[in-house]
Write a protein that binds this ligand. Structure first.
Ligand SMILES: CC(=O)N[C@H]1[C@@H](OP(=O)(O)OP(=O)(O)OC[C@H]2O[C@@H](n3ccc(=O)[nH]c3=O)[C@H](O)[C@@H]2O)O[C@H](CO)[C@@H](O)[C@@H]1O[C@H](C)C(=O)N[C@@H](C)C(=O)N[C@H](CCC(=O)O)C(=O)O
Ligand SMILES: Nc1ncnc2c1ncn2[C@@H]1O[C@H](COP(=O)(O)OP(=O)(O)OP(=O)(O)O)[C@@H](O)[C@H]1O
Length: 528
């Protein structure tokens, strides 16, 4: 199946750079046709080529990108950069060929040079960890906005500069896209950029060419053991971000063992944060109040500095994400009191302070599909969540138990073609922490959906043999089954789809929004 490509964020006024100069500066080898005078962009997808681009033909898992050299030329590419094998494949494509043994290793530096993103860079924040990256990124952006700073974000859910939004294909874009996006953000006067950084992004050199001002670590738990042989290898990939060539300072959540190890092994100045007041961390977080839609917390820092605020979201884990975001801002130079002030005042549309008794102080954030409450005032509370790992299930279900005495119904599936070793544990956690479990399909991709469901159910049955379990393959029918099990005051957690608007089956993306469907079903019951 050919890659259908995506529209990337690009500068509206690209700067022309000398291509011969680039070849010389990076010690590249030129073959065949002479290169043109200028280059104004770089991409590694033939679908994203715009006139003036250098097309990079990478050897992929399915294709050698050099196969698409002709398509790239037709779209306006000025040359192809590739390896020896690619140079042979693209020999007759009618494009000048530039050769380097491992093009992926050169991408970040080349893209930074072409888009001039090293010059007067914005403040760069990077967030990594197994769970919570997207949430911390949104929280950082929200607090920056409340501080009056124009920020841009790049997350699994979306890439956004003000009102300009594109839907993401990967958690972290390829280096070529990141630097194009940074150039676009510079045009929009963005002064702070928040990038969600996956382990794969570090391993695959997608964040090369960037030195982050502050990087943050949320946690490390079981996931991605299809891409990384062991948890140690997965950890080592994340640790790479906390080194001087990639970041200036780091903030590490040390609640888990991996965070403690990272704080020890990192080679940049590290500030630590923990939710356990007895922990040996510089910052500690205590939860003051948990409600279904709001969590209030106090953050205590060195020199007895404190800040009390809230997030309009479920769960102590979201407060921990918010605390991490706040400490990252402090590490970037913001004063804690200034942050407290910005979070605890209301503004009108023009940005003028207003004094309104009904105003609830706190972080003004909306995070699509992360414990997003989609139900109304009556009927069960329904959360749509992007959790798809054992730890995500635990955090969300435990939080729900703390805010509700009702029955908890957990609806979920598991990704096909992604780390099958976590499935049984996901089933077990659902069975242990929920009163009833509904297992459905979630992106089976090229796997047999029945065998994915069977693994989840086996895990659930092993953990709690008499747990009420329903198997409903179709997600729409499954949600209605979950709804039939719930009454007033009960809670349904639908984990998996989060913000997504498709269901991936055998290479096809079928339109499906869990959010919209849940709302329709609630409406059908007269609960919305
Ligand atoms: C396993 C993996 O990482 N695959 C990535 C890889 O795909 P690939 O090697 O199969 O590429 P390929 O299809 O063989 O194509 C080779 C080259 O030809 C180009 N091409 C291909 C076809 C075409 O018509 N035109 C064209 O130009 C491609 O852009 C590519 O450069 O290169 C592609 C182009 O950049 C990526 O989109 C793709 O990510 C896939 C979609 C993916 O699912 N990656 C996952 C594992 C991932 O990276 N996940 C992380 C973490 C998520 C999390 O936080 O949980 C992420 O950051 O998203
Ligand atoms: N700090 C946390 N600790 C544990 N679980 C969390 C935490 N934050 C979020 N979660 C859970 O993980 C899910 C995914 O959250 P989020 O999208 O913020 O993480 P992520 O690291 O960006 O994941 P992904 O890369 O898969 O998008 C949430 O929907 C929630 O269930």
């Amino acid at each position: 199946m050919a890659d259908r490509g995506s529209s990337a964020l690009r500068p509206e006024h690209p700067i022309e750079r000398s291509l011969p100069h680039l070849v010389e500066e990076f010690g590249l080898e030129q073959r065949g046709l002479p290169v043109s005078e200028v280059v104004s962009g770089i991409t590694l997808s033939s679908h994203d080529v715009v006139p003036g681009d250098l097309y990079v033909g990478l050897a992929g898992k399915r294709h050698h990108g050099a196969r698409f050299a002709e398509a790239a030329r037709e779209a306006g590419a000025v040359a192809i950069l590739t390896d020896d094998e690619g140079a042979e494949i693209a020999a007759d494509a009618g494009l000048p060929i530039i050769v380097t043994p491992e093009p992926r290793l050169a991408l970040g530096e080349l893209a930074a040079w072409i888009y001039r993103t090293r010059e007067e860079p914005p403040t760069m924040f990077g967030v990594t960890g197994t769970n919570g990256k997207t949430s911390v990124a949104y929280l950082l952006e929200a607090i920056l906005r409340q501080l009056g700073v124009v920020a841009g974000i790049s997350t699994t859910a979306e890439r956004r500069i003000g009102d300009e939004v594109i839907v993401s294909k990967l958690t972290t874009p390829e280096a070529t896209e990141i630097h194009a996006m940074l150039a676009r953000m510079r045009e929009a006067d963005v002064r702070s950029v928040v990038l969600e950084v996956s382990a794969q992004a570090i391993t695959q050199h997608r964040v090369d060419g960037i030195v982050f001002d502050v990087v943050g670590f949320t946690n490390l738990t079981h996931d991605h053991l299809d891409d990384y042989e062991t948890m140690d290898v997965y950890y080592a990939a994340k640790r790479e971000l906390f080194q001087p060539d990639r970041a200036r300072r780091g903030v590490v959540m040390v609640d888990g063992d991996w965070g403690g190890r990272l704080a020890q092994e990192s080679r940049i100045p590290i500030t630590t944060i923990a939710t356990d007041p007895a922990a040996d961390a510089e910052w500690t977080l205590t939860i003051d109040e948990e409600r279904p839609e709001r969590t209030t917390f106090t953050l205590r820092g060195p020199d007895h500095r404190t800040l009390t605020t809230s997030v309009p979201l479920l769960g102590a884990y979201m407060a921990a994400n918010a605390a991490l975001a706040i400490v990252m801002l402090v590490e970037s130079g913001f004063d804690l009191d200034a942050i407290a002030h910005a979070l605890n005042i209301a503004h009108d549309a023009e940005g003028t302070e207003i004094h309104d008794d009904g105003f609830v102080a706190g972080i003004d954030v909306y995070i699509p599909g992360r414990a997003e409450k989609v139900s109304g005032e009556s009927g069960p509370i329904v959360y749509i969540d992007y959790g798809h790992s054992p730890d995500a299930f635990t955090s969300t279900l435990e939080s729900i138990r703390r805010v509700s005495d009702g029955r908890v119904i957990m609806l979920f599936g598991a990704d096909g073609d992604r780390d099958p070793s976590k499935r049984e544990e996901m089933g077990a956690i659902a069975a242990r922490l929920a009163d009833a479990v509904v297992v459905t399909d979630f992106h089976p991709r090229f796997e047999d959906p029945a065998s994915i469901r069977a693994a989840l159910i086996a895990g659930a049955k092993r953990a709690v043999p008499d747990r009420e379990i329903h198997e409903v393959p179709d997600p729409r029918a499954a949600f209605r089954t979950a709804l039939s099990l719930a009454g007033e005051g009960d809670v349904i957690l639908y984990a998996g789809p989060g913000h997504e608007d498709y269901h991936e089956v055998a290479g096809e993306r079928i339109p499906y929004s869990a959010r919209d469907d849940a709302r329709s079903a609630l409406h059908e019951h007269g609960w919305l």
